[in-house]
Ligand binder design. Structure first.
Ligand code: ZN
Length: 256
């Protein structure tokens, strides 16, 4: 899926209206493919460092008739959390981070971006709605506009960090679809993961090797440091041309 007709453009350079169009198309494709497939994985690999061979701004969407391992793990952990604590895990987590204010990168009335305390990549972030939302297609009109706004702010900060179009892999996770549309998915909370590889500069990246492959991931800076370091002035890119409670959708009776 192409984001923009210009091959040298990137998401943070796009206008809010253009970003909103991307969000709406993500939602439409999620509905279209989700009608028959259990899992619709929207993801973006940005930059040659992440193996992206096509510079045109774009994402990929893969659909499968089974839950991939990451989705399956998140399904189990979120289901367990809701049954034990009576609140969706990532909704409770967003509220906790909003109160602590120690790992927030950007936020607005509807959305929160944090460096999660379990982050293993230096500037890894998690994008969370403040309201209980199961799937992209459940987002309200105003939440889509505020998502466009926070995406632009987050990606501008990433680009400003080392003054380079920031490479990353990102992707959306939400409640499964297909046969799961008839099941109770209220334990799910929509979210997006950002996994950027850069560590100290535009060229010095983190490698998950050695002890990390054989024992466990090591952090080069704390999540609190990373969230603060991510606070660029957010102006350079924004001035560029072109810059201009629980969801009923989670209930089995409410199909998108
Ligand atoms: Zn996830």
């Amino acid at each position: 899926m192409c984001f923009h007709p210009w091959s040298d453009w990137t998401l943070p350079l796009m206008s809010l209206a253009e970003l909103r169009a991307v969000i709406d198309r993500w939602s439409e494709i999620s509905v279209e493919l989700g009608a028959s497939y259990s899992w619709v994985q929207i993801f973006e690999n940005k930059g040659a460092m992440m193996g992206c061979s096509n510079p045109h701004p774009h994402c990929q969407i893969w659909a499968s008739n089974f839950l991939p391992s990451e989705a399956s793990l998140e399904d189990r952990t979120q289901r367990k959390h809701l049954s034990e604590r009576g609140v969706p895990m990532l909704l409770e987590y967003a509220q906790l981070e909003a109160e602590r204010k120690e790992r927030i990168v950007v936020e607005n009335a509807d959305w929160l971006v944090v460096v999660p305390h379990w982050a293993v990549w230096p500037f890894q972030t998690l994008l969370l709605p403040r309201r209980h939302v199961c799937r992209l297609q459940d987002l309200r009109d105003g939440e889509r506009d505020s998502l466009a706004s926070i995406l632009k702010r987050l990606l501008t900060k990433y680009d400003n960090l080392f003054q380079v179009p920031f490479p990353y892999s990102m992707g959306w996770h939400g409640a499964p679809t297909g046969a799961y549309l008839d099941a109770d998915c209220s334990h799910w909370q929509l979210h997006a993961h950002y996994y950027p590889p850069l560590l100290r500069s535009a060229t010095v990246r983190k490698f998950m090797v050695g002890y990390e492959m054989l024992a466990q991931a090591q952090r080069d800076l704390t999540p609190e440091q990373a969230s603060g370091s991510g606070r660029g002035d957010g102006r350079r890119r924004e001035k560029a041309p072109g810059g201009a409670g629980r969801s009923a959708g989670c209930s089995p009776t409410h199909s998108p």
